[in-house]
Design a protein around this ligand. Structure first.
Ligand SMILES: Nc1ncnc2c1ncn2[C@@H]1O[C@H](COP(=O)(O)OP(=O)(O)O)[C@@H](O)[C@H]1O
Ligand SMILES: [Mg+2]
Length: 424
């Protein structure tokens, strides 16, 4: 925390103390990435530097063309200031135009202008404010702070205005970076959502196409059944086919619902090794009964990852089940490995590899495995594929800002790799 001198004994803005204070403040600004935390810190700094106890901080809301009050302190001041201030308010005009501190007690505009403005002091008075500090970065006012005190503290120190101006500059700079970052994040979220809707559209189209065949066979059966009701062989064979078709439609519906349920991933701080182990636990019995040997190589000291536990589990299970399908009844090995990766830019990532000794994927099929409804599992019954597993896996990994890659040799086996950005 800041080393705060008591105002009674040492003025906050005397000489070396000012510089030290400003340095500490600028350093704090560089470390804080949370908007409300940074707003608190800026407000408390400005109110300590000026020794004005009451006040408020307003932040720009660009898309709504107004400033919104984030912080308010002191009952009298709070009661006289509105929660939002539109961009065409006279105070905003004053602050944005001159980009200087307005001080009602001296009636002056910052240190350089000696001009007295009737208007600003009236505006300030109506807002129960002595001091209005614009926070301007790159020529744009991103926020402003109003301060008030009764009675006025002694602010005769000539350095005080300079300290205040420098503090405001540092604050504006930090706030602006956070706002830019938030805008970027928002547009990315929007883009991801659009992407998802588009692929949902493709899936819905594919779904309609996929259920047409089973529906046709069910319809045919119903139409033929009355006249063939005594043909036991027909009834027996056809009802089996129809039941399979019904199962297929049910599975498709389930997968569509699973997919549609995912909106934004709910990210929590997780240990991937832990997640991998819990998925392997699920498939252990099935693997064992099929003579599949599971090898687990989990990196020690794997960095943690922000992820949606349910979604990543679904991805891993999809890949593990695919690998087991590819190995089939012949027996084989399934290796799961986690490692820490360093990207060239210096960011840490975590990689999960799922390698099988199954039948592999032909070059022609490899291009299509992520397509909705692409499947080579046409055997009827429980094991029939829907071709949505990898589509969904791909989508989930994308939403986690990660990557999914595949490498395969027919007759040898397949390796899937998932890379996810790590926390450190
Ligand atoms: N590990 C693997 N080995 C061989 N082929 C695979 C593997 N994983 C996926 N595939 C191929 O990709 C296709 C699509 O997989 P997926 O989207 O999970 O749908 P499904 O499993 O329902 O067929 C599979 O039908 C299969 O041909
Ligand atoms: Mg699958």
């Amino acid at each position: 925390m800041t080393d705060r001198a008591s105002p009674e004994t040492t003025p906050a803005h005397s000489g070396a103390k000012s510089l030290q204070r400003l340095t500490q403040f600028a350093r704090d600004m560089g470390h804080i990435t949370n908007l409300s935390v940074i707003a608190e810190r800026i407000f408390s700094e400005l109110s300590e530097v000026t020794r004005y106890q009451q006040g408020s901080l307003y932040l720009i809301e660009r898309e709504r063309e107004r400033f919104r009050r984030l912080i308010a302190q002191g009952a009298a001041h709070t009661a006289s200031t509105p929660p939002t201030v539109p961009l065409d308010h006279p105070l905003i005009h004053q602050l944005a135009q001159h980009q200087q501190i307005l001080d009602r007690s001296t009636g002056a505009h910052g240190s350089h202008s000696k001009a007295t403005h009737e208007l600003p002091s009236t505006i300030l008075e109506s807002l129960c404010t002595n001091l209005a500090i614009p926070l301007v970065n790159r020529g744009r006012m991103v926020a402003f702070v109003l301060l008030h005190s009764e009675p006025l503290p002694d602010r005769s120190d000539p350095e005080s205005l300079e300290l205040l101006t420098a503090t405001a500059q540092s604050a504006a700079n930090a706030l602006d970076s956070i706002l830019v970052y938030e805008d970027l994040h928002q547009s990315q979220t929007l883009m991801r959502r659009t992407d998802r809707l588009r692929s949902l559209e493709i899936i819905a189209g594919g779904f309609a196409h996929e259920i047409r065949n089973p529906l046709t066979s069910i319809k045919t059966f119903i139409q033929l059944a009355p006249e063939r009701k005594d043909d036991t062989e027909f009834i027996h064979d056809f009802s089996k086919i129809v039941l399979d078709d019904v199962h297929r439609i049910e599975r498709l519906i389930q997968e569509i619902l699973d997919y549609a349920r995912y909106m934004e991933p709910k990210l929590t701080d997780e240990d991937l090794n832990d997640l991998v182990s819990s998925c392997l636990y699920f498939i252990d019995v099935k693997a064992d009964s099929r003579g599949i040997k599971i090898e687990k190589e989990l990196a020690s000291e794997l960095p943690r990852v922000m992820l949606d536990r349910q979604q990543i589990k679904q991805v891993l299970l999809n890949l593990l089940l695919n690998a087991m399908d590819a190995i089939g009844e012949r027996g084989g090995a399934l290796r799961v490995r986690t490692t820490k990766l360093m990207k060239p830019e210096g960011n840490a990532w975590v990689q999960i590899e799922i390698e099988d000794t199954g039948q592999g994927i032909s070059a022609a099929n490899l291009e299509h495995i992520f397509d909705p409804f692409f499947t080579t599992k046409h055997t009827s019954g429980e094991n029939e594929g829907t071709g949505l597993g990898l589509t969904i896996a791909h989508q989930i990994i994308r939403e986690h800002q990660g990557e999914i890659q595949v490498q395969s040799t027919e007759g040898i086996g397949t390796t899937f790799r998932i890379n996810l950005p790590a926390l450190a």
